[in-house]
Design a protein around this ligand. Structure first.
Ligand code: SRM
Ligand code: SF4
Length: 555
């Protein structure tokens, strides 16, 4: 079993935390600092928050002998990434009142707010609570936000699968009521049992992520999840799911024991058995995962250590039933279907491009205001995609014209239609100025880099290619750079490793091609690669597939 004699510091904090309460209440009351106590910084993640500081202001604050400008990032738990119009309005106002004001759509289909001062954390959580929203288990060593294919056009079964994502999330929540006691001053209920058969007192060795894809679209990037479910639909009926386990993208520069990995197929199960199997995939990781070294604690390392067959056998033993061979499925796309579309019920959907998921009014583009106005009509729901975009959803035929008008007035259609294919298929993680782990810029830099790559694409007549480009400020892979066709991975300020050879559908990781390039070297290298690609590609061969064949396999 796990490394019981060599527990990491975080393991000890979890066990001693009394249901994730720790000393959070005391930390919040301490007005002498904007920070919370060190142990509480680990626990607060389970409540959906990270303590951060403004890295742009570190030097200035240090010169003035002030403590760093501490604040909190709060991430909502939104399985399947759905908000009603009223919830969006509430979110808009909470963001304006307590955070930097920017609403950030994440790569896992939910929302983050940044820059929330300690004294504003409780009012923020309380405000969310009144909107029936919470941030429980959005971070931490538990099953996190469950992602689910976002585009309803793809299948009439979308609703059923979306509901399953919500059920998975609810079923695997920690049982502690600590969240309500800490953030909403709820009374401790003596008669309530907090026994937690799944998480016990130690929770999981590491974060755990589940995503559900509905073929033919792999918009959730199903294979990067600890557990990816692929819906198997036969004759228009949802039969069950293929289970792919052990995905994860994070690694550490210079540490070969850490690596990105795509999930391995455990097999197929009918939908009636899926919940039980999900639960037991998690309990096996709970019991066998590495609790001594957090860099080896994700499910991907447990599976590689045990072997896929042994992992599957342990899950089957606990379930009392066996996986069948994986059933056939085909992915044909990973991107969002921009613009208007109508679903099987005649409802309308507008998918808009939100560059790097940042909903804000800036550069004369009133996106945030426009979305508020749309929400105020009450005629559209809000659905987030794992590509950091937004779908205005469930719009009645009679209401389409009103929404269209508002989209036009606020330049949203112009921005979506006007973005080049490369830009529309790009993603970047948060990175600076809030991410403590960032080595380089990502969301603040990728837009301008793409503006410099676009002329190269035009020069080589590649402007219409849907090349997937992603950037992260470090090798943790939050913007899923390790499975892009072109991945930029920050190494230091202004420098990026260039990765190529990922496929377009998310079924193959890319490989590092060049180390630590600055902007000039990135542009020069891409210019050369595009030149060869145009001259030597086979008919229909994507840039990712060509790169793999030409430069990676040949290395
Ligand atoms: Fe992530 C840590 C942001 C998706 C792998 N991630 C972080 C932290 C919390 C930094 C930290 O630990 O102090 C970042 C907060 C930055 C900030 O200021 O907001 C952060 N991750 C994000 C988000 C917001 C990126 C974005 O721009 O959208 C994404 C939030 C998703 C969500 O809503 O839950 C986000 N992170 C991902 C993904 C992509 C995915 O899951 O689809 C990955 C790669 C998949 C995976 O999990 O392997 C990812 N984040 C990591 C890792 C590496 C974990 C590992 O085991 O290798 C870390 C570092 C860690 O956990 O130690 C990390
Ligand atoms: Fe931060 Fe690195 Fe994740 Fe980007 S990839 S948000 S820099 S941890």
């Amino acid at each position: 079993m796990s490394e019981k004699n060599n527990l990491s510091g975080t393991e000890k904090i979890k066990v001693a935390s009394q249901g994730l309460r720790g000393t959070l209440k005391e930390s919040l009351r301490d007005a002498h600092t904007g920070a919370i106590r060190e142990d509480d910084q680990a626990l607060v993640k389970f409540h959906g928050m990270y303590m951060q500081d403004d890295r742009d202001r570190r030097e200035e604050r240090s010169r003035k002998k002030l403590e760093p400008l501490f604040s909190f990032m709060i991430r909502l738990r939104l399985p399947g990434g759905f908000l009603t119009a009223d919830q969006w309005i509430g979110l808009h106002h909470v963001a304006g009142k307590y955070s930097t004001g920017t609403i950030k759509i994440t790569t896992r289909q939910t929302i983050q707010l940044h820059g929330i001062l300690k004294s504003h954390t409780k009012p923020t959580i309380s405000a969310f609570n009144t909107m029936h929203l919470d941030s429980i288990a959005a971070c931490g060593d538990v099953n996190r936000n469950v992602t689910c294919a976002s585009h309803p056009k793809e299948s009439p079964l979308h609703e059923e699968i979306y509901q399953f994502a919500r059920e998975i999330s609810a079923y695997h929540l920690p049982k502690t009521r600590g969240y309500y006691e800490v953030w909403m001053d709820a009374e401790k209920l003596v008669e309530t049992t907090e026994e937690d058969p799944l998480y016990q007192d130690r929770y999981l060795p590491r974060k755990f992520k589940i995503g559900i894809a509905i073929p033919p679209n792999n918009d959730v990037d199903v294979f990067i999840n600890d557990l990816g479910l692929i819906a198997i639909i036969e004759d228009g009926v949802l039969k069950g799911y293929n289970f792919a386990a052990g995905g994860g993208l994070g690694s550490t520069h210079g540490n070969a024991n850490t690596y990105a990995r795509l999930g391995s197929m455990l097999g197929y199960l009918p939908k009636e058995q899926a919940m039980k199997a999900i639960y037991e995939v998690i309990t096996v990781q709970r019991d066998f995962g590495n609790r001594g070294d957090r860099k080896q604690a994700r499910l991907k390392y447990t599976i590689d250590k045990m072997g896929v067959d042994a992992y599957r056998a342990e899950v089957e033993k606990r379930c009392g039933f066996s996986f069948e061979p994986a059933r056939p499925y085909t992915f044909t796309s990973r991107k969002d279907a921009y613009g208007w579309s109508q679903n099987h019920e005649g409802k309308w959907y507008y998918t808009l491009f939100v560059e790097n998921g940042r909903v804000v009014d800036e550069n004369n583009y009133p996106l945030k205001t426009g979305l508020l106005k749309i929400a105020e009509t009450g005629k559209a729901n809000f659905r987030f995609t794992c590509n950091q975009n937004l779908i205005l959803s469930d719009i009645a035929d009679a209401d389409k014209a009103v929404i269209h008008q508002l989209l036009e007035e606020h330049q949203i259609i112009k921005s979506t239609d006007g973005a080049s294919p490369m830009r529309r298929n790009s993603m970047a993680c948060v990175a600076l100025n809030t991410c403590a782990l960032a080595m380089a810029e990502a969301q603040r830099y990728l837009p301008s880099l793409i503006s410099k790559i676009e002329p190269l694409l035009q020069k080589h007549q590649l402007a219409d290619e849907d090349i997937i480009v992603r950037m992260t400020g470090c090798p943790n892979g939050c913007g899923r750079s390790p499975n892009a066709e072109i991945g930029f991975v920050g190494t230091s300020l202004g420098k990026y490793n260039l990765h190529i050879g990922g496929d377009r559908l998310g079924e193959r990781l890319n490989t590092k091609y060049k180390d630590s390039l600055d902007e000039a070297a990135i542009l020069e290298t891409l210019d050369g690669l595009f030149d060869v690609y145009v001259k030597e590609r086979n008919a229909g061969e994507t840039f990712g597939d060509f790169s793999q064949r030409k430069w990676i396999d040949a290395q």
